[in-house]
Design a protein around this ligand. Structure first.
Ligand SMILES: [Fe+2]
Length: 385
């Protein structure tokens, strides 16, 4: 990548993070209403810390560290770097202040831009690209965390007024048919991809059918109305147990008021749009819905094979594939080795991307992953047979 292009790319990605925070009030930056949700201030600091730790401290001689306490405060899960604030305590960080964290970002940006303008090696360019993709991942987490923070405020404040563009027109669902055969899976391009997408390999698939569109709110409501949440036969044991411990009867953010389902959106509390794809369902719910329909979720391989013919990009789509390494997967040396590999247990793969995924941060081979009970990401359902 040319130096000027890299500079522009760096600035665009970094700016978007701050643009996402622009509608917030200072008080919104700090709270942590759930262990899985990080305060916006923490995302701002952590993404700057990533560049400082992985690039500036290693590759810019005489780089002046902004604040030596930040390794402890903004390290997420990197054992290589050392001890850190436990994740559940991120909401206790009333200090460093929001202003101080913005100064930190400016400091890191200043030296990163110096570094980019000078001669840098191909290896450092690759690390910068990793840092920018990391920041883009956090941009989506930032938005879903902001939604959780504001959506659990009893006043349901809107994040912003303008509605997101998403198809909500009725459509006729169709099923695409694929023949049994051997298919190539994994990233084979020359651009950026995460280490978990490499190891391109062949898989054998049986005949399968996959829905052209995602399950809508209207369809999901039928499942709710027909007692889907009350019948153990549709659920995994773990999903049913969780339902007993934390009773619920609909997706996250849904509220039944005077007989009308409303859901919290980034524009505030709104009536549920019936023809929009259902959002914020767990893997357990996705599986239960599919079972109730006499269908199943696609495997991640079926999804990838079908992707060129699907409409996707509105919701992360739960697959029935466990998150596992591809053939020849190797843990990288150093801090980058902690990025993906150590999470390959107990999680499901999600494919596609969502309406809040950052521009340029999706591809058909992308493998997202979350624990089966998680709902706070923009997660939906596509059926397969
Ligand atoms: Fe991170």
């Amino acid at each position: 990548m040319m130096k000027d292009n890299m500079l522009l790319y760096y600035q665009q990605v970094r700016n978007l993070t701050e643009q996402h925070c622009a509608p917030l009030e200072k008080e919104d930056y700090v709270v942590q209403p759930s262990p899985d949700v990080s305060p916006p201030k923490w995302h701002l600091g952590h993404t700057a810390w990533f560049f400082e730790t992985v690039i500036l401290k290693q590759h810019l001689p005489d780089y002046p560290v902004f604040d030596y306490t930040f390794d402890y405060v903004f390290n997420s899960y990197y054992e290589t770097v050392g001890s850190r604030v436990i994740r559940t305590d991120r909401g206790n960080l009333s200090r460093p202040t929001v202003d101080h964290v913005y100064e930190y970002r400016k400091h890191v940006d200043h030296y990163m831009q110096e570094l980019i303008k000078n001669n840098i090696s191909e290896a450092v360019i690759q690390l910068i690209i990793l840092g920018l993709n990391h920041e883009q991942q956090h941009q989506e987490l930032l938005l879903s965390d902001i939604k959780f923070i504001l959506g659990h405020n009893p006043l349901f404040p809107a994040y912003k007024a303008e509605p997101l563009k998403i198809a909500t027109e009725p459509f006729t669902p169709t099923y695409l048919r694929f023949n049994a055969g051997v298919y190539q899976i994994g990233y084979q391009g020359t651009g950026f991809a995460y280490d978990n997408e490499f190891g391109s390999h062949q898989v054998y698939l049986e005949n399968f059918e996959i829905a052209s569109h995602l399950v809508t709110n209207r369809e999901y409501m039928e499942f709710m109305d027909h007692g889907g949440y009350e019948d153990f036969r549709f659920w995994h044991a773990a999903g049913w147990e969780r339902l007993k411990q934390i009773p619920k009867n609909g997706p996250l953010y849904w509220h039944l008021t005077d007989g009308i389902w409303q859901n919290y959106t980034l524009e505030g509390l709104m009536p549920v749009k019936l023809d929009a794809p259902v959002n914020h369902v767990s893997f357990y719910e996705a599986y239960a819905y599919a079972s109730w329909k006499g269908a199943r979720l696609p495997t991640e391989f079926e999804w990838e094979v079908a992707s060129s013919q699907l409409t996707w990009g509105e919701r992360w789509e739960w697959t029935q594939s466990a998150y596992l390494p591809y053939p020849r997967f190797k843990i990288a040396e150093g801090i980058a080795g902690e990025y993906n590999g150590k999470f390959m247990v107990g999680q499901q793969v999600l494919r596609g991307s969502s309406e809040i995924t950052s521009p340029g941060h999706s591809r058909p081979t992308y493998r997202n992953f979350f624990q089966p009970e998680q709902q706070w990401q923009y997660t939906g359902i596509r059926l397969a047979f």
